[in-house]
Design a protein around this ligand. Structure first.
Ligand code: BDP
Length: 719
């Protein structure tokens, strides 16, 4: 007798049953809809499904529908051979059933990756159609449709058109070939280079599927601090095996290119981009890559920054370097993402100005297949930064956004920090480059300056931890990045809502308080780490915990005192016209706003101004009092998160409930640590008492100064 898998038996018997919830399934859990009214409506509306075609991508569509519908509806939803009433039909217009519907006019406008979901009636039969110009759109549409069921949305009269606003939606892995992950807090790298190409970890599929479910269409699998070896033939075979897995999910693979690879791998004497032998070396290398990976995406390059080699080693500029690589990949439709995160050993008057100073003059000199990849802010993924002045300043060059999902500066994987609010603040910021409404989002989606090429990158927080991201809530940052990359007009709250429903439950008694925690979490972390525009005062090198006292390192801009400039008279980096004048890199009226001590938004006060301890802020309190209030208030809010979370026991699985509870305990402890260390340290300058009513720190400043963390995770091995 044929054995029937246990899961199917359980599903068909509808025995209430729960696997231990370890977070592996992310937001794609597909558990049976737990609302009887909704469930019975869905069961009436969906009697079967039909996917025509057997290509790799359409096969994924079929599996997703099969598993998704069976799981969500809790019954076996059969595949139909013919079109009968109440079925879901998925396919491109090449599918004969869909072709009959004459949807070409609508499909035409959707672009290569868009999709259409429609309720329609064919010969009196009501159907749900998921269709798209290309197969990948059908897969995206399928995930979207299943999301409607996961979040209990009505599916009676569907008419949904959706297309991504940004073309390249890419994850950046800072993964090393030895499987350590720079700034990674969720275990080791997913890529098991030693066993590749012959051993394909099933997790590669799960990774690609999760990304496809949120529309991510590219991945850079290696660290920006690059190792040339990944470009060797030996490794390219391994990369090709990953590319083969990712392809049906619509995900292209990219590699980081070490600029000195011609020397290290090719044995050349130079990597000068103007040297013909160097150019030829890259052309040959690229040709080789494309024989392994015919749809290879291209290169991401960190050059002349933090010790990485680059064109400036040969007195060439960034465009010379980028263009050489761009010429090599152009015949294959490849692209180059050239990072603007640059600063060299000659410490300038203000590191915040360096990227703009180096790149702005190069606007218009890059090849058509080059994007300049700019971090959201001018320093380095700080908890909060004003938008990078390069956005809006290089109209003739497509600029790509780089966000950091891994929480290098926001509590690693032990702090609950929902970063969508941070992403949104940056995307919605108005550069005024072409008058009011010239938002950062419009710069990067290409609409402000009419660029066809557009891109957004997220430095991932993914590792081989069972739940992928370490903290269960860190999954939301991966999710939110994908959703915003697809549609930057979504709100952070909307994204949190759907993520909570899919990841945990549709129970409003859980959704509402958790949404509130998520919504407050970023601002709260800023308060207990770097309020009022403070920045880069984290632990030396590993960036774990507070260390505003770091000084006397071999370069000034790797110290905390350089950034906060605290003294007896006050605190903050004067970037106004009387200081480094970094504000002049912004267009008017932004420059004026940031440059004015009185008008500067207080969240950026100490970013742009050196303010006196006793100066009055908008609240009527002095700067010192306000700083203390932020540190204390931030820590207290974490305490309120703990209390709120405790009330949610029983509303979700025990496993994740307990994990989050323990992590919130850590977060609270660390928030107190941040608070105490910073307040005590800054007090040595202000000489002022901790405001009345706030408890005294339990330890001395010396206690905090003595703490050491040589094994903090995510550290750069070479540092
Ligand atoms: C910094 C990280 C460092 C990265 C660098 C980068 O501390 O590990 O290499 O960014 O983006 O935030 O290149």
């Amino acid at each position: 007798m044929k054995k029937i898998p246990l899961l199917i038996i359980i599903l068909s018997l509808q025995i209430p049953f729960a696997l231990a919830e370890d977070g592996y399934r992310l937001w794609l859990r597909y558990d049976c809809v737990d609302n009887n009214a909704v469930l019975s409506t869905y069961r009436k509306q969906i009697k079967g499904f039909k996917v025509e075609g057997n290509s790799p991508t359409l096969s994924l569509v079929r599996t997703e529908l099969e598993q998704g519908l069976a799981g969500l509806l809790g019954i076996n939803v059969p595949q139909s051979n013919s079109v009968s009433a109440s079925i879901v039909v998925a396919g491109t217009s090449k599918s004969s059933e869909i072709n009959k519907l004459n949807l070409d006019a609508r499909l035409k406008n959707l672009g290569r990756e868009g999709f259409l979901i429609l309720t329609t009636t064919v010969k009196g039969k009501k159907l749900i159609v998921i269709t798209a110009p290309e197969e990948i759109g059908v897969l995206y549409g399928t995930f979207h449709f299943l999301k409607l069921l996961q979040t209990h949305q009505p599916i009676e009269n569907l008419d949904i058109e959706s297309s991504p606003r940004i073309n390249l939606r890419i994850l950046n892995h800072w993964d090393n070939l030895d499987r350590t992950v720079e700034r990674g807090y969720a275990g080791f790298s997913l890529w098991d280079w030693h066993k590749l190409p012959d051993y394909i970890d099933p997790r590669y599929h799960d990774y690609a599927r999760a990304n496809a479910s949120i529309g991510i269409n590219g991945t850079v699998v290696t660290n920006v601090n690059a190792n040339a070896r990944v470009l060797s033939s030996h490794y390219l075979e391994k990369v090709a095996a990953l590319a083969d897995v990712f392809r049906p999910y619509g995900i292209k693979i990219y590699l980081t290119a070490r600029f000195s690879a011609p020397i290290e791998l090719g044995g050349l004497k130079t990597a000068d981009p103007i040297d013909e032998t160097v150019q030829q070396w890259w052309k040959d290398k690229v040709k080789e890559i494309y024989t392994h990976i015919p749809d290879f995406g291209g290169f991401l390059v960190k050059a002349n920054s933090e010790g990485q080699p680059g064109p400036q080693n040969y007195n060439r500029n960034h465009a010379d370097g980028a263009n050489m690589l761009a010429d090599a990949v152009a015949p294959f439709n490849g692209i180059v993402m050239w990072r603007a995160f640059v600063y060299d050993d000659k410490v300038p008057d203000d590191r915040a100005k360096q990227a703009y100073s180096e790149f702005k003059p190069l606007d218009g000199t890059f090849r058509k297949n080059v994007l300049v990849q700019v971090k959201n802010g001018a320093i380095d993924f700080q908890p909060r930064e004003p938008f990078h002045p390069l956005f809006g300043a290089m109209p003739d060059t497509p600029l790509m956004m780089e966000f950091q999902l891994t929480q290098e500066y926001t509590g690693f994987s032990t702090h609950l920090v929902y970063l969508a609010n941070q992403f949104k603040e940056c995307l919605d910021a108005d550069t005024h480059a072409k008058g009011a409404g010239s938002t950062v989002a419009k710069v990067i989606d290409g609409s402000l300056d009419n660029h066809q090429l557009s891109g957004i990158a997220g430095v991932t927080n993914i590792g081989n931890d069972r739940n992928w991201t370490g903290h269960p809530f860190a999954q939301s940052n991966w999710y939110a990045f994908g959703r915003l990359a697809w549609d930057h007009q979504l709100s952070a709250q909307q994204i949190a809502d759907e993520w909570i429903r899919m990841t945990f439950t549709n129970n409003p008694g859980f959704i509402n308080p958790v949404k509130e925690i998520m919504d407050k979490s970023w601002e709260t972390t800023i308060s207990y780490m770097t309020p009022l525009g403070l920045h880069h005062i984290m632990g030396w090198s590993h960036h774990y915990g507070p260390a505003p006292w770091i000084k006397d390192k071999h370069r000034a801009d790797w110290t905390s005192v350089y950034y906060h400039q605290a003294s007896k008279d006050g605190v903050g980096f004067n970037r106004s016209a009387t200081g480094s004048n970094a504000i002049a890199q912004y267009a008017e009226p932004v420059a004026k706003l940031f440059g004015s001590r009185d008008q500067c938004p207080e969240e950026f006060l100490l970013w742009f101004h050196h303010a006196g301890w006793n100066e009055k802020l908008k609240s009527g309190q002095t700067l010192w009092e306000e700083l203390c209030r932020h540190y204390y208030g931030g820590a207290e809010t974490v305490n309120s998160f703990q209390q709120q979370w405790a009330t949610l026991e029983g509303k979700i699985d025990k496993e994740r409930f307990e994990q989050v509870k323990m992590l919130l305990n850590i977060q609270y402890k660390e928030a107190i640590w941040w608070r105490n260390a910073c307040v005590l340290y800054f007090q040595t300058f202000s000489g002022l008492p901790i405001p009345h009513g706030l408890e005294q720190p339990e330890n001395s400043l010396q206690y905090y100064l003595n703490l050491e963390f040589p094994y903090a995770p995510g550290i750069r091995p070479q540092w």
